[in-house]
Design a binder for this molecule. Structure first.
Ligand code: AP5
Length: 225
């Protein structure tokens, strides 16, 4: 029988390019919970050239994690928003053991728990192909891929006709560094959440539609959301 949840707090884990963002956009709509992507929040700050954005850009361009002490203020403020009362879908947070501890503390304060951690297991070689071919429309966040999901017209967003961009951290060298950081700092979370009985594994290498189906099956059917 599918599990039932009063609120739904989900964490998406996986290497860069495993499709976390793509799936988070789809599932947050289906479950009607906000998609909280720390990477998107940080990129928005750098795009607006805020003081905070300038302070984190160097880490992101090198493929390093932004220090938790620097990042945590914006994450906590986001959790405090009204739209998070029915739950949230975390994409890219927590990213290391320190952040997982902070998330536990915060949820305990709110009297809530994580319901599921979905791990999008994906091979390094495929990740490299997906990320070097990724193109985004910065204003809407729409994501394309030169090989797997190309825009109708080369280099242009389907809906607006505006130019697509390549993320500054999607070069081969930086992707290699991001994978290293993922293996060193994020992979330990897989075991942590497995031990707590929260982890579900999904094959991130399948088609977008099949991954969505597998992720929804793994999460279950929340009632009352
Ligand atoms: P972030 O933006 O979170 O990047 P990431 O985790 O490296 O993940 P990506 O956004 O690159 O990939 P994704 O898994 O979302 O894949 P997507 O769906 O786009 O973080 C960036 C930086 O911010 C970090 O390096 C760090 O500096 C900083 N940061 C963020 N959070 C932090 C934190 N908590 N602590 C400290 N620092 C933090 O898909 C990729 C491509 O593949 C697309 O082109 C897509 O169209 C295609 N695709 C997706 N799914 C499929 C599929 N099933 N089949 C074929 N193609 C597919």
């Amino acid at each position: 029988m599918s599990p039932a949840f009063r609120s739904l707090n989900l964490v998406f884990l996986g290497p860069p390019g495993s499709g976390k963002g793509t799936q988070a956009r789809i599932l947050s709509e289906r479950y009607r919970i906000p998609h909280i992507a720390t990477g998107d929040m940080l990129r928005e700050e750098t795009r607006r050239r805020t003081e905070f954005g300038s302070s984190v850009k160097g880490y992101m361009d090198k493929g390093e994690l932004v220090p938790t002490s620097v990042l945590n203020g914006i994450v906590l403020r986001r959790f405090d928003s009204d739209d998070c009362s029915r739950g949230f879908l975390l994409d890219g947070y927590p990213r290391n053991v320190e952040q997982a501890g902070l998330l536990d503390d915060l949820l305990a304060e709110l009297g809530r728990t994580i319901e599921r951690v979905v791990w999008f297991k994906t091979d390094d070689e495929l990740v490299m192909k997906r990320l070097t071919g990724r193109r985004t429309h910065p204003n809407s966040g729409r994501v394309y891929n030169l090989e797997f999901n190309p825009p109708r017209e080369d280099g242009l967003d389907d809906a607006t006709g505006e130019s697509l961009e390549q993320r500054s951290d999607d070069s081969e060298d930086v992707v290699r560094q991001r994978l290293q950081v993922y293996n060193d700092q994020t992979v330990p979370l897989i075991e942590l959440y497995k031990m707590r009985g929260l982890l579900v594994e999904v094959n991130g290498e399948d088609s977008v539609e099949n991954v969505t189906e597998a992720a929804m099956k793994a999460v279950g059917s929340p009632v009352g959301l």
